[in-house]
Design a protein around this ligand. Structure first.
Ligand code: 3PG
Ligand code: MG
Length: 398
C-alpha cells in the first residue's frame, strides 16, 4: 500500500505531533498493560534521534467531550518515562497556552504527552477548528495509531490534512503485514469469527462470506445461528431477535459459495464456573436442556475446525470459540489456536489474528508469537478485514 512513511519525513529540529493509541487498560490509576505504550517507542525514538520534539496526542476511554478526571492521560506519562528511559512531560490540555508553553520548554529531542483529545467534544466531530488549533503546535504530523484509524476524528484524520502527514512505525508495520498476508490472500481462505454477539458483527459477517471460502462461527454468537436453524440452545446466551439476520447471513454464504462451519457439539454447564459439572451435547442428535448453557465447542467441532484449517492456505481470526477466561471452557480456543500456530510454523498456513479478546485468548494459548501476524487493533482490524477504508489511513495515502 502506498502511504507516506516516517523515514521520508524531514523532522530534524522540528516539532512532530504524533497520534498514538494510549487507550490502555488501567487499574487503580496505573497502566496495567503497556503493550500499546511499547508499540509507540520505535516512532518516538526515530523522531527524537533526529532532534525533533515529540508531542504525543491520544484519547483515553470515552469522556464524551467533558473533562473526566478518571479519564486523564496523566498516569501514562510516568509509565512511558520508564519504558522510554527518558523524561516524558505532561500538559493538561492538547491545545491552547498550556500545550504551547510546555512544548516550547522542551529541549530538542524532548517528549511530551498532551491530555486526552476527547476532553474536547470537537475531537470526535472531526471539527476543523480543533484540528487547526492542534496543527498550530507543530510542524509535522505522524499517525502511529492504527488501532484508532477507523475513527475520523480531528486528531486521527483532520490534522493529517493540515500538516505534512506520515505513518508511524507501528502503523506502517500493521499496514505492511496486513497487506502482505491478506491483500491478495493465498486461497483457500478460512475465517474464524467468535465472540458473544452477532449484533456487533453483522456487517463483518455479511462482508466476510463474500470473501472467504470457509467461515467458522464460534463463541456465543454461534448459538444465535443454531437457534435460527431450529436447534434447542437451552439457557445459552442467544440473540433470538437476530435469528432472521443469522438466516440471511447463511443464505448469503450459500449464494457466494462460502462454506459455513457451525459447532457440531457443545460443552454445556448450568453455571459459568471452573468447577461446574460439564456435559458434551452432540448438536446433531441431542438437545441442550432448558437449564444448560453452551460455554464452548466440543471435541467433534475442534476436529472439524482443525481439518478445515488443514484444507486452507490462509486463516483470519477474530473472536474466541468459547468462554476461554474460565477453563475448562478454553479448550476449543486453545486447541484450535495451537493447531493453527503449528501449521503457521511449518509454513503451511498464513495465520493472521486481531482484536483485544482474541489477542488475550492467543496469549492464554501461548501461541500469539507463533502466528504470521497479530494485530494490536480491535475495531480497526475488523473494518480493515471487511474491506472498509480507514479514515486515518486514507489521510496518509501518498
Ligand atoms: C480501541 O481501544 O479500540 C481504540 O483506541 C479505539 O477506541 P474507541 O473504540 O473508543 O474509539
Ligand atoms: Mg475498543
Amino acid at each position: 500500500m502506498s502511504f507516506r512513511r516516517l523515514e521520508t519525513a524531514d523532522a530534524t529540529g522540528k516539532t512532530a505531533l504524533v497520534r498514538v493509541d494510549f487507550n490502555v487498560p488501567m487499574h487503580n490509576g496505573a497502566v496495567s498493560d503497556d503493550t500499546r505504550l511499547r508499540a509507540a517507542l520505535p516512532t518516538i525514538r526515530a523522531l527524537t534521534a533526529k532532534g525533533a520534539k515529540v508531542a504525543l496526542l491520544a484519547h483515553f476511554d470515552r469522556p464524551k467531550g467533558k473533562r473526566v478526571p478518571e479519564m486523564s492521560l496523566a498516569p501514562v506519562a510516568p509509565a512511558l518515562t520508564k519504558l522510554l528511559g527518558a523524561p516524558v512531560a505532561f500538559a493538561d490540555d492538547c491545545v491552547g497556552d498550556a500545550a504551547k508553553s510546555a512544548i516550547a520548554k522542551l529541549p530538542a529531542g524532548g517528549v511530551i504527552l498532551l491530555e486526552n483529545t476527547r476532553f474536547h467534544a470537537s475531537e470526535e466531530k472531526n471539527d476543523p477548528a480543533l484540528a487547526k488549533e492542534i496543527a498550530a503546535l507543530g510542524d509535522l504530523y505522524v499517525n502511529d495509531a492504527f488501532s484508532a484509524a477507523h475513527r475520523a476524528h480531528a486528531s486521527t484524520e483532520g490534522l493529517a490534512k493540515l500538516l505534512p502527514a506520515y505513518a508511524g512505525k507501528q502503523m506502517e508495520q500493521e499496514l505492511d503485514a496486513l497487506e502482505a498476508a491478506l491483500g491478495a490472500p493465498k486461497r483457500p481462505v478460512i475465517g474464524i469469527v467468535g465472540g458473544a454477539k452477532v449484533s456487533t458483527k453483522i456487517e463483518l459477517l455479511q462482508n466476510l462470506v463474500g470473501k472467504l471460502d470457509t467461515l467458522v462461527i464460534g463463541g456465543a454468537m454461534a448459538n444465535t445461528f443454531l437457534y435460527a436453524q431450529g436447534r434447542e440452545v437451552g439457557d445459552s446466551l442467544c440473540e433470538k431477535d437476530f435469528a432472521d439476520t443469522a438466516k440471511a447471513i447463511l443464505a448469503a454464504a450459500e449464494k457466494s459459495g462460502c462454506k459455513i462451519l457451525l459447532p457440531l457439539d457443545a460443552v454445556v454447564a448450568e453455571t459459568l464456573a471452573s468447577d461446574a459439572p460439564t456435559t458434551v451435547r452432540d448438536l446433531g442428535n441431542e438437545n441442550v436442556a432448558p437449564a444448560e448453557k453452551i460455554f464452548d465447542c466440543g471435541p467433534k467441532s475442534i476436529t472439524a475446525i482443525n481439518a478445515a484449517i488443514d484444507a486452507s492456505a490462509t486463516l483470519i481470526w477474530n473472536g474466541p470459540l468459547g468462554v476461554f477466561e474460565t477453563p475448562p471452557f478454553d479448550a476449543a480456543t486453545v486447541a484450535v489456536a495451537q493447531h493453527a500456530a503449528a501449521r503457521a510454523q511449518s509454513g503451511k498456513l498464513i495465520a493472521v489474528a486481531g482484536g483485544g479478546d482474541t489477542v488475550a485468548a492467543l496469549n492464554h494459548a501461548r501461541i500469539a508469537d507463533k502466528l504470521t501476524f497479530v494485530s494490536t487493533a480491535g475495531g480497526a482490524f475488523l473494518e480493515w478485514m471487511e474491506g472498509k477504508a480507514l479514515p486515518g489511513v486514507e489521510a496518509l495515502k501518498a
